[in-house]
Design a protein around this ligand. Structure first.
Ligand code: ZN
Length: 449
């Protein structure tokens, strides 16, 4: 018991330090400054016998690795990966200072509390504990704290996988997200993220002909064309696809049978979510069964009396695992219809890779299931895909099974979590921190021997 309290205290204090470091990633290469949290983690590991290596992709954009070498070269290597950066905040929406890491009634408030400094901190706590206990595993444990996840990970995990392959060589990866208990008729279900959608963002450059704003009749106004294109993209309906992970997840929720059938039938899922009053699940169900197109930024025009000849539209496209780049292009053209020839499509070079999914019949998945049920006896794990992007993709693209997990208490209802990710009033209870730290430690002992 005293040990568990110490675990909770260590996790809470390290999380608060990481939140206060405020490694805000705006998407610009000069933001983030994750070196601050690398310093903090190195200080945390100091004196434990663990030695740290630092990897810098750009000035200030630093990642950290520490490892406990296994004794058996044939045993698996497990990499626990957490990101240290966070997304920006809108201060006006917060009840508390998002970077003060206030601890109020067993709850830590701050940006990154659930995405994912909680896991980055508890993975570090478990790693240090294991080292301090004199643990000599058969397999190797790697702890990796990465920069830049919130802007796609290309200056963090992506950089390491491409340029420091030996340092991150492993057989399995665990990172965010999952492990929030979802109530069902037969007990709680804990999602293990086994796959994610592809982030196939595109910039559409809509062309027109410039002219005098005082004579708009029969002109070729790029903004008017762009408005029609935005409308068409918003109304576009690509075909539904049902992934195994989606089917398994929906079945595990034990909804009423007719609803389960409808949500796993490609011919009926769209009509079902369109009319569903549970908006949170409707959005999730839609996104997990369709490649989605969201026109989110538009820039155009230069002066109020000039008819614009150029408008740019940024479209956030998320492809289902298995959908290829050429299919994304074809869908986008289909959505724009006869206006497609007025548009140049700009594809960022890092946005051509699609979604990714890992097999679920692995020894690591079995170990996660075993440990989760041991720690939370009324719970069972269920594989699921996430609609957002994570650093797991870099490893899945190399064929390495990669999952997202954690372990949360029942204190904050599961319906709050989707709101807190990138939202206001992000927070986590210290009981959840303790559970995650205990789970990582137990999982490493079980899986690495
Ligand atoms: Zn995250």
């Amino acid at each position: 018991m005293r040990d568990e309290m110490a675990l909770e205290r260590e996790s809470t204090e390290l999380l608060r330090t990481l939140i206060r470091n405020g490694c805000v990633n705006t998407g610009e290469a000069a933001s983030g400054n994750e070196a601050r949290s690398v310093d903090a983690l190195e200080a945390f590991f100091a004196g434990s016998g663990l030695s740290c290596e630092r990897y810098t992709s750009r000035p200030g954009r630093m990642s950290l690795i520490t490892r406990i070498e296994g004794t058996d070269p044939k045993a698996p290597t497990l990499l626990l990966m957490g990101h240290t950066d966070v997304v920006p905040v809108n201060m006006a929406g917060w009840q508390r200072d998002p970077f003060a890491a206030e601890l109020v009634d067993g709850i830590v408030w701050g940006r990154g509390a659930v995405d994912m400094l909680n896991l980055t901190a508890t993975m570090a706590v478990a790693t240090r504990r294991l080292k301090q206990s004199g643990w000599k595993p058969r397999g190797t444990l790697i702890y990796l704290a990465v920069a830049d996840e919130e802007a796609g990970g290309f200056l963090g995990a992506g950089h390491l996988v491409e340029h420091e392959a030996d340092a991150v060589k492993c057989d399995y990866v665990i990172t965010e997200s999952g492990g929030v208990p979802i109530p069902t008729k037969s007990g709680h279900k804990l999602k293990v993220t086994v796959g994610e959608k592809g982030g196939n963002w595109r910039k559409l450059i809509v062309h027109g002909t410039p002219g005098h704003g005082s004579r708009p009749f029969r002109t070729d106004n790029a903004l008017v064309t762009a408005a029609k294109i935005v409308q068409r993209i918003a109304e576009y309906r690509p075909k539904a696809r049902i992934l195994d992970a989606w089917r398994g997840y929906i079945e595990a929720l034990e909804l009423e049978p007719g609803l389960t059938d409808a949500l796993t039938d490609p011919a009926r899922v769209y009509e079902t979510v369109r009319d569903w009053d549970n908006l949170t699940l409707a959005r999730e169900a839609h996104a997990c069964t369709h490649t989605t197109f969201s026109p989110n930024i538009a820039h155009g025009g230069t002066k109020v009396n000039v008819i614009p000849d150029r408008v740019e539209i940024d479209v956030d496209i998320r492809s289902l695992p298995g959908v290829e780049n050429h299919e994304v292009e074809a869908m986008l053209k289909e959505a724009m219809g006869n206006l497609a020839d007025r548009v140049t499509i700009d594809t960022p070079p890092d946005r051509k890779r699609g979604g990714s999914v890992s097999p679920t019949d692995t020894p690591l998945m079995a170990a996660i299931s075993r440990i989760a049920t041991r720690m939370m006896p009324d719970a069972s794990v269920v594989p699921a895909i996430t609609t957002g992007g994570t650093d797991a993709k870099f490893f899945r693209w190399k064929g390495i099974p990669s999952y997202g997990f954690g372990l949360h208490s029942l204190r904050i209802p599961y319906t709050e979590y989707p709101i807190m990710f990138h939202g206001h009033n992000e927070r986590v209870d210290t009981e959840s921190l303790k559970l995650s730290a205990m789970m990582w430690e137990a999982l490493c002992r079980d899986f690495l021997g």
